[in-house]
Unconditional design. Structure first.
Length: 185
């Protein structure tokens, strides 16, 4: 992937093909169910690049990038790959609260080192479980050492809402069709 430029983003390689297939109900569009993979969620995001910072960038520069991109986290990447993640929570707990100067503090001093990651072909539900059990809101997606994206708890909540709405709609259609067939007897 090469060394990221300070405050830049890296182009992501293409995502692997889906490991599972979405379930279809009788309608004109494909619906996603609990078989969705992390890769499916990244595709739904429309993410083509991930915002990254180098570990030696200043926290102030990383926060400026986060504000500009309206992001609550940035990945910390060196020439060898993912080194950490810097979140708004990290900045508050490790820079603001102790009174450190963000303009003179390197990201490596505030980032979460070796964050948990998920692979693109893993089930989306696994990503949600990792985040809930770990108590964190951002999960890097890494495949073979290559950063593919980052999921937020918001992404997973949106996915879960879409999934539940689709399931509820399918169940309602089934109940209605059963009611209609019972009336015809």
């Amino acid at each position: 992937m090469g060394k990221p430029r300070h405050g830049g983003h890296s182009k992501l390689p293409p995502l692997p093909r889906r490991a599972t297939h979405a379930i279809r109900i009788e309608s004109t569009r494909e619906t996603t169910m609990f078989l969705d993979t992390v890769s499916d969620l990244l595709l739904h995001q429309g993410a083509s690049a991930v915002d990254v910072v180098a570990p030696d960038a200043t926290v102030a520069d990383a926060v400026r990038l986060m504000n500009r991109k309206r992001a609550r986290a940035v990945l910390v990447v060196n020439g060898a790959g993912l080194e950490g993640i810097l979140t708004g929570r990290d900045v508050l707990q490790k820079i603001v609260e102790p009174g450190l100067d963000a303009a003179h503090t390197a990201v490596r001093a505030a980032m979460t080192v070796r964050p948990k990651t998920v692979r693109p072909y893993e089930p989306a539900a696994r990503a949600r479980d990792l985040m809930l059990r770990g108590g964190f809101r951002h999960l890097p997606v890494v495949d073979g050492g290559t950063v593919r994206g980052v999921l937020s708890m918001g992404d997973l909540n949106d996915w879960l809402t879409r999934t539940l709405r689709t399931q509820a709609g399918g169940a309602l259609m089934a109940v209605k069709s059963m009611g209609m067939s019972n009336r015809c007897r």
